[in-house]
Design a protein around this ligand. Structure first.
Ligand SMILES: [Zn+2]
Length: 315
C-alpha cells in the first residue's frame, strides 16, 4: 500500500489555498479560491461567521478528497492565537468578536481525519524550513502583508510558545506611544514595517493615501517620496528583526508576504540598517532572504504539521 498523502490549507490571506503533498513534500494537487474572512464578523453574527469559515474549510477538504482520495491528514494554517495543547483559537483577526473557537474538531469529526491547526505564519515558517536545501537549527519567518506575522522553527520544530503567542513580532513596540494598532497597543512594528506602514509613511509626507502596490510602482518610476516610504519601512523592519535575532539567535530568516513583491525596494536599506542594529557578534552571520516559495510554504508547513492516520481505509 502506498503512503498516505497530506492536505495543507493556508487560510491566512484573502485566498484560501489548499495543496496535497506526498511524504517527500511534492505538491500533487492544489486549488485556491477567494475567501476574505476578515469582513465576515462585520456582516454576520459570530455563530454564522464561524459557520461560514467552517464551510469554506470543509469545501476545500471536500475538493481535495475528490481529487486525491488518499489524503490521510489535514493541516490548517489559520491567523490568530492558537493554544498549542487544545488547538483552540483564542482570538483571530479574521474572526473579530469570536473567542475560544474550535475549528479542528468539527472538521475532524465530519471527515474522519486527523486535523491539525496552527497559526498561519508558524505554518509558513515550518514550510520554509522544510524547503531549505540544508536544514539549519532554526529559522525565523516574517510575513509582511497588511500586518506583520511571525513564526519560529527551533531545533527543527515549530515553536508556538506556552499560549500560542510566540513570535508575534508584528506587535513588538518600536515607537512607544506611536500609531495605534489593532492589538490595542500603540507603536507596534506592523504599523511601520508592513504594506499599511508603507501607505502611512507615504501619506505622512505627501498627504496622499495609496496602497503599497501603487506606491511601489511610483517608487520604480523614481518618485522620491515613494522610495522614502519603502526606505522607512525597511529601517523599521531591520530594527524589529534585530531585536528578535538578539533574543532567539537563529541563522536563517525568510521574509514573505505580499510586500516582498517589492523586496528590491526594501532590500538595500534593510541590509545596511540590520547590520547596524545587530550586536557585533551577529553581524554578517544571519542569512536573510525573501521567500521564493510564497504561497506554497504555508500549505506545505500546514500539511506536515498533521500526522496521517495509518489505519484509515482508503480507496
Ligand atoms: Zn500591535
Amino acid at each position: 500500500m502506498s503512503a498516505l498523502l497530506r492536505l495543507g490549507i493556508d487560510a491566512g490571506g484573502t485566498n484560501l489555498r489548499a495543496g496535497v503533498f506526498d511524504e517527500q513534500g511534492s505538491l500533487l494537487w492544489q486549488e485556491r479560491h477567494a475567501s476574505d474572512f476578515s469582513g465576515l464578523c462585520g456582516r454576520l453574527a459570530p455563530p454564522q461567521a464561524l459557520a461560514q469559515v467552517l464551510e469554506a474549510l470543509a469545501a476545500s477538504i471536500d475538493a481535495a478528497l475528490a481529487a486525491q482520495p488518499r489524503v490521510g491528514a489535514v493541516g490548517i494554517g489559520f491567523p490568530g492565537f492558537i493554544d498549542p495543547t487544545t488547538r483552540i483559537v483564542s482570538a483571530s483577526p479574521n474572526l473579530p468578536g469570536l473567542h475560544d473557537v474550535d475549528l479542528a474538531t468539527p472538521l475532524a469529526v465530519r471527515f474522519g481525519l486527523p486535523v491539525a491547526l496552527e497559526n498561519d505564519a508558524l505554518a509558513a515558517a515550518y514550510g520554509e524550513y522544510r524547503l531549505q536545501p540544508t536544514r539549519s537549527r532554526g529559522l525565523l519567518y516574517l510575513g509582511l502583508g497588511t500586518g506583520v506575522g511571525g513564526g519560529l522553527v527551533l531545533e527543527g520544530r515549530p515553536y508556538a510558545g506556552e499560549h500560542g503567542v510566540a513570535m508575534e513580532a508584528g506587535h513588538l513596540i518600536v515607537v512607544p506611544g506611536g500609531r495605534p494598532c489593532g492589538c490595542g497597543n500603540r507603536g507596534c512594528l506592523e504599523q511601520y514595517a508592513s504594506a499599511s506602514g508603507v501607505s502611512h509613511h507615504y501619506a505622512e509626507s505627501t498627504g496622499e493615501r495609496l496602497d503599497a502596490e501603487r506606491i511601489a510602482s511610483r517608487a520604480v518610476s523614481g518618485d522620491a517620496e515613494a522610495l522614502a516610504a519603502f526606505r522607512q519601512a525597511a529601517g523599521w523592519l531591520a530594527l524589529g528583526l534585530s531585536h528578535v535575532l538578539k533574543t532567539v539567535d537563529v541563522g536563517d530568516v525568510v521574509v514573505g508576504g505580499g510586500l516582498t513583491r517589492s523586496w528590491e525596494l526594501l532590500a538595500s536599506h534593510f541590509g545596511e540598517a540590520l547590520e547596524q542594529a545587530l550586536i557585533p557578534a551577529l553581524r554578517g552571520k544571519v542569512r536573510v532572504r525573501p521567500s521564493t516559495a510564497q504561497d506554497r510554504a504555508g500549505m506545505l508547513g500546514a500539511a506536515f504539521l498533521a500526522t496521517p492516520d495509518q489505519n484509515r481505509k482508503t480507496p
